[in-house]
Design a protein around this ligand. Structure first.
Ligand SMILES: Nc1ncnc2c1ncn2[C@@H]1O[C@H](COP(=O)(O)OP(=O)(O)OP(=O)(O)O)[C@@H](O)[C@H]1O
Length: 260
């Protein structure tokens, strides 16, 4: 049985002369909630775009469940969903219609779609706004409907770029709990963040990307206590902080807060 969900082999991207991603190698296993952690400009979005078939690599390969996304894009894209950091979704559709549109693209039977969509809208407290046009949604509501759209097709692998930015603390906790449950049922999540605590609280395993290189890989406990030779990890940890606007989210998703 195939247990590797995402495989990057020597994946690289150069913009003109700037090496944004430098020949990275990585495997993420089925059911893992993987965090791609790094400061601004480290190469997170560039990597996610190469993994989702949106940005052609300069060299190397990216596989989803053994399928090369650049050689067999349609087969690979059937297995994935992607929530970008700035969801730009059809403003003239109502939330429900957007989900129905996504379901039609993925050829999901109507009855399956309806129960799934209702469940997702409820998780993210969007039920009452389901028939409102997306253009009337706040940034956070757009983010949430984009997440619902990504999950309605029940993807094998979900990519999310900075998923907590724009979410209120309650929604961030709902997202964390939902992702955990979906991963327990075999979905794989690859999320990027520049906030150390988000990676720590949400992810099973973390890869730290810095200036286009993966400089550390492991659980947060391993990374913190690993006695790593690379001193720059300490500096990066110092750089990766939540800031005041993120503190409420961080405290909401910390394990201690999960009981409420
Ligand atoms: N289209 C582009 N053309 C040229 N350079 C780019 C382009 N997109 C990104 N870069 C550069 O590549 C590097 C990696 O950018 P990327 O957006 O992947 O980083 P990131 O880790 O996602 O950052 P952030 O957390 O700020 O979103 C940066 O130096 C950025 O300036």
């Amino acid at each position: 049985m195939e247990t590797t969900s995402i495989k990057l082999a020597n994946l690289a991207k150069t913009y003109r002369k700037h090496e944004a991603v430098k020949h990275i190698n990585l495997e993420v296993q089925k059911g893992e909630l993987f965090g791609f952690l790094g400061p601004n400009g480290a190469g997170k979005t560039t990597t996610i775009k190469m993994l989702t078939g949106l940005l052609e690599p300069t060299s190397g390969s990216a596989e989803i469940k053994g399928v090369d996304i650049w050689k067999h894009p349609i087969d690979a894209k059937k297995k994935i969903a992607y929530v970008p950091d700035q969801p730009n979704i059809y403003p003239k559709l109502a939330g429900w219609d957007y989900l129905e549109f996504v379901a039609s693209v993925f050829q999901i039977p109507k009855s399956d779609f309806q129960s799934k969509a209702k469940e997702l809208l409820q998780v993210f407290s969007l039920t009452e706004q389901a028939n409102d046009l997306i253009e009337s949604y706040s940034h956070g509501m757009k983010q949430k409907i984009a997440i619902c759209g990504a999950l309605v097709s029940e993807p094998d692998v979900l990519f999310m770029d900075e998923p907590t930015v724009g979410l209120d603390p309650k929604s961030a906790r709902s997202l964390k709990n939902l992702l955990r449950e979906l991963c327990n049922h075999g979905m794989t999540v690859f999320l990027s963040t520049h906030i150390l605590e988000i990676a720590e609280q949400m992810c099973d395993r973390v890869g730290i990307i810095f200036e286009g290189d993966i400089i550390a890989l492991g659980t947060m406990d391993e990374l913190r206590s690993g006695g790593h030779a690379d001193q720059s990890l300490e500096d990066i940890f110092l750089e990766l902080t939540g800031g005041e606007d993120q503190q409420a989210i961080i405290s909401e998703i910390t394990d201690d807060g999960d009981a409420t």
